[in-house]
Design a protein around this ligand. Structure first.
Ligand code: AMP
Length: 601
């Protein structure tokens, strides 16, 4: 089909391929409601004979009205029995008529373990389609990206098999290992410095080392720097801080460090690496400086922007990234999850605080549960009916509910989104937050109940000292790389000589570790395998500190009757108050337990 490349309202496309992608965005968003109707009817028609849909007696209907009147809105826990059966090897059409090809392990957890999201083979095409729209949009904002490369730190993580033999792994691991990624056609606008061998190396140290080395070798060609999340890019900077001498040595001599043992990596990098003393000197000069302010633009001087998600929980990293990049723009290009890829940012060079994601109506069937932000409880469902994609109202908040081709029907994702506007008839959303998340450093998400349980477990160790935890709160400290959880404890100690002993100190260290052992598997994987979270810290505060905290809140207008101790604090004056009352600090002495194997219940 001939494409008139001058027609895109988003701007003049960079090439014919881009023109097609932009036209697709236009058509799909212009016909958002019709596309949604088609998507729902396709999903219901093909899955009509599944056990799940038969249970609700749709009688073959594929229309919205019947669907909404008969199917309940559900959470992961409601689907546990079905998911368990599929994991155990039941191949009958339980949720989806198409065979479940694998499970995607979400960073969201249920009972301490990653949620298992069923997926089907063709979902890869849908994800690929969304990826294929990103560069055409970016090319509208940043010209000349075909003149260089992208340095992206991308990783595969460990995978396991369910008892029934299905693979269980993160969605990006599944994507990078797919033929869609490995044999992607050459696209001058989307060339990475990292070879596939480096991205696919299962050893995270070797993978990072190789990706960094390749990025350094081509430092002048690098036009964009990225990782999936901001925390990942900071981890790469930390890696450079720790390993630049060895990297410089490899570049100087043209021989690869003996730490790289992976045969595929060795042969691939060995073919690229040549002695370059000039580059080694340059690196040593830059990295040897005390001050790493703007280091990214010093080493990669042609970088036009950082490609990292800094919305949602990742917003906490914006100041640190600003520091290391000398204020480069940060582009948040897409919004996605293990359950489904949702949409993209049509104005990727906007400020992080202004990012809105346009949900693409072809990806799944989307519904929205109105969410009240001003209720006394601080937020909750308003009890009104779910609304369709094109019906959402600008300024209102909603919880996202999806029906996917892979067999999730009216499934609550747990994300709260605020409508900021529309592109054609497709709404655009600001990501407000994920429900029930108290602490997050990387992809870990710790809720209030998990934190409470961890404190309960750890405080048992204090019994023999006749001490107990009377109050606590927490904070995700991102001033360290990697960041770490800080838990403030106020103790009741019956006999103060107890708390001054050396053994009390070591028990407090153990309390840190016990808390870590009690946290969910995503947290522990971040600690053990990914090194994306630092050791947990407990700071003991003086008696009376939490009362002062209450006084402070009341002085700022909180009601005495309704005052509750905040279980997570971020507000600077409160942090200062807490830190000024600290009497001792304790750090987890070792790594918690984590193995890639899942506990299947
Ligand atoms: P997972 O299931 O581990 O793939 O995590 C998906 C979740 O990550 C989403 O439901 C969101 O809560 C969060 N997320 C994904 N993309 C973004 C984004 N662009 N901005 C903020 N949060 C995001």
């Amino acid at each position: 089909m001939a494409v008139d490349s001058s027609l895109s309202p988003l701007g003049p496309p960079a090439c014919d391929k881009d023109a097609k992608a932009l036209q697709f965005i236009e058509e799909t968003t212009r016909n958002a409601d019709a596309v949604q109707e088609r998507v729902l009817s396709e999903i219901l028609a093909r899955n009509a004979q599944t056990e799940y849909l038969k249970r609700f007696e749709l009688g073959g209907a594929t229309d919205r009205k019947t669907f909404k009147s008969k199917l309940p809105v559900i959470t992961y826990e409601d689907l546990q029995p079905e998911i368990q059966r599929i994991a155990n090897g039941d191949r009958s059409p339980i949720l989806s008529a198409h065979p479940i090809s694998e499970f995607l392990t979400s960073s969201g957890t249920s009972a301490g373990e990653r949620k298992l999201m069923p997926t089907i083979q063709e979902e890869l095409d849908r994800r690929q389609l969304l990826y294929s729209l990103l560069m055409p949009v970016m090319n509208l904002c940043v010209p000349g990206l075909d003149k260089g490369k992208g340095l992206y730190f991308l990783f595969v993580k460990s995978e396991t098999k369910t008892p029934g033999g299905l693979l269980a792994r993160p969605v990006l691991t599944s994507y990078y290992k797919s033929e869609h990624f490995k044999t992607r056609p050459y696209d001058p606008y989307n060339v990475y410095t990292s070879p596939n061998e480096a991205i696919l190396c299962p050893d995270s140290f070797q993978s990072m080392y190789a990706q960094m080395l390749c990025g350094l070798l081509e430092r002048e060609k690098v036009l964009r720097l990225g990782a999936v999340f901001a925390s990942g890019l900071l981890r790469a900077i930390r890696f450079l801080q720790l390993n630049w001498q060895q990297l410089a040595e490899d570049i100087r001599t043209g021989t690869l460090s003996s730490k790289i043992t992976d045969p595929d990596l060795k042969s691939c990098i060995g073919g690229i690496l040549e002695p370059d003393p000039e580059l080694a000197d340059f690196m040593s000069k830059q990295c040897g400086k005390e001050n790493w302010d703007g280091i990214l633009t010093r080493i990669w001087p042609n970088t036009k922007y950082l490609d990292v998600i800094v919305t949602g929980a990742m917003a906490q990293y914006i100041p640190t990234l600003d520091y290391y990049s000398g204020g480069l723009p940060m582009a948040c290009t897409m919004y996605a999850s293990s359950e489904c890829y949702f949409g993209l940012n049509l104005n990727p060079m906007c400020k992080p605080s202004e990012v809105s994601y346009t949900i693409m109506p072809n990806m799944a069937y989307f519904e929205f549960l109105p969410y009240e932000t001003n209720s006394v409880s601080g937020g909750g469902e308003s009890g009104t009916r779910l609304v369709d994609l094109v019906e959402v109202e600008v300024g209102r908040e909603y919880e996202l509910v999806i029906t996917t081709y892979a067999g999730l029907h009216r499934y609550r994702v747990g994300d709260i989104l605020r409508v900021t506007g529309f592109h054609n008839s497709a709404p655009q959303f600001h990501f407000v937050r994920r429900k029930n998340v108290l602490l997050s450093i990387d992809s870990d998400k710790t809720d209030e109940a998990e934190l409470q349980l961890a404190v309960d477990n750890a405080s048992k160790l204090l019994k023999k000292f006749s001490a107990s935890v009377v109050e606590y709160t927490s904070h995700a400290d991102t001033t360290t790389i990697p960041g770490h959880y800080v838990i403030y404890w106020e103790l009741l100690v019956k006999d103060s000589t107890n708390s001054e002993s050396e053994s009390f100190d070591s028990v407090m260290d153990q309390c840190c570790l016990t808390m870590e052992e009690s946290l969910n598997s995503v947290y522990r994987q971040g600690r053990v395998a990914d090194n994306s979270i630092g050791p947990l810290e407990i700071r003991v505060v003086k008696n009376g500190t939490f009362e002062e905290l209450m006084d402070y809140a009341i002085s700022r207008g909180a009601s005495i009757n309704q005052y509750k101790v905040p279980r997570c604090v971020n507000f600077t004056p409160i942090m200062e108050l807490l830190d000024s009352r600290v009497i001792s600090k304790h750090i987890s002495p070792s790594l918690p337990h984590w193995t890639p194997e899942r506990k299947m219940r």
